[in-house]
Design a protein around this ligand. Structure first.
Ligand SMILES: [Zn+2]
Length: 249
C-alpha cells in the first residue's frame, strides 16, 4: 500500500446543477430517457458529453515534453469515442481557463490526482481547473494516471468500486494503513475504495479488473493471494465503454 495513489473524483457541490448541466449537454444523460418513467432521483444520471462535439482541453503547460505526454495519453481514448479533442496550451494564451476541461499539471498537489466526472466540469467556475495531475511526471505510471483521469473526464467512475468487484480486501488493515499514511477516514475509504451499492437505475457492464479505471491493488491489502498490477493501457472493457458512451451514429 506504499505506492497507493489517491485519486479524488470530485462530487458536485450542487447535485441539481450537475443534473441540469448533464441533461442540457445531452438529453440521454437523464435516467428518464431510458425508461419513460418519471423519476425523482437525480443522482443516477450519466454525465457524458454530447456525441460529435469538440472537447476543448486546456493544459497548463510546464514544458513541451510534459504537454506532449499528457496529450498523447489522452489521445489513447480518441479512436474509440465520437468526440474531437482540441488541445490548447494555456501558457500561450492570455485567456486562461477557456477549456471545457482544464488541466493543471502542478506537482504541488503532492501525489493526488483529481478530476471532475464528465459534464460536472461544466459546473466548475471558469477560473478553476477541472483536473489536476499532481504526480511526478517521471513516474513510470504517469501516462497510466493521465489515461485514468481522462476516463473520469469522459464520465467514467472507478472500476474497483463496481458493485460486482470481488476484491478480497483486508478491510481493517486497509483502514488502518490509509489512516496512518494518508489521513483518510473510514468513511472516505468506504466512499473511494470499496465497492459501492448497486444502483438499480444504472446499467452496469461486467466488472473488469484490467480496466484503467481500476486501482492497483497490492497483495498486502488483500486476504489470500490477490493483487492487481497497475493497468497501463485501455482494456477491451474500456474500449467497449468508450464506444457505448460515445457511439459513432
Ligand atoms: Zn480515479
Amino acid at each position: 500500500m506504499n505506492n497507493f495513489l489517491s485519486c479524488d473524483i470530485q462530487t458536485p457541490v450542487d447535485p441539481r446543477a450537475s443534473y441540469e448541466a448533464a441533461t442540457q449537454e445531452r438529453k440521454s444523460n437523464s435516467p428518464q430517457s431510458k425508461s419513460n418513467r418519471p423519476t425523482l432521483s437525480i443522482g443516477a444520471h450519466t454525465k457524458y458529453w454530447a456525441t460529435g462535439r469538440t472537447l476543448k482541453i486546456a493544459i497548463n503547460r510546464w514544458d513541451d515534453d510534459l504537454f506532449n505526454t499528457v496529450k498523447n495519453s489522452i489521445n489513447q481514448w480518441a479512436p474509440y469515442v465520437n468526440l474531437n479533442f482540441e488541445f490548447v496550451d494555456l501558457s500561450d494564451n492570455d485567456e486562461l481557463f477557456e477549456g471545457d476541461i482544464r488541466i493543471d499539471l502542478s506537482p504541488f498537489y503532492n501525489k493526488v490526482a483529481f478530476s471532475r466526472i464528465g459534464t460536472d466540469a461544466l459546473t466548475t467556475p471558469a477560473n478553476e481547473v477541472t483536473m489536476g495531475l499532481g504526480i511526478n511526471s517521471t513516474d513510470e505510471n504517469y501516462s497510466a494516471v493521465v489515461i485514468h483521469e481522462f476516463g473520469h473526464a469522459l464520465g467514467r467512475l472507478h472500476e474497483h468500486q463496481h458493485p460486482d468487484a470481488d476484491i478480497p480486501w483486508d478491510r481493517e488493515k486497509v483502514y488502518e494503513a490509509l489512516q496512518r499514511n494518508h489521513g483518510m477516514s473510514r468513511a472516505t475509504v468506504d466512499a473511494t475504495l470499496f465497492p459501492l451499492p448497486r444502483d438499480n437505475s444504472a446499467t452496469y457492464a461486467p466488472y473488469d479488473r484490467h480496466s484503467v479505471m481500476h486501482y492497483q491493488v497490492t497483495n498486502d491489502a488483500t486476504l489470500g493471494d490477490w493483487e492487481q498490477l497497475q493497468n497501463k493501457h485501455l482494456s477491451e472493457g474500456d474500449i467497449a465503454f468508450a464506444r457505448r458512451a460515445y457511439p459513432s451514429t
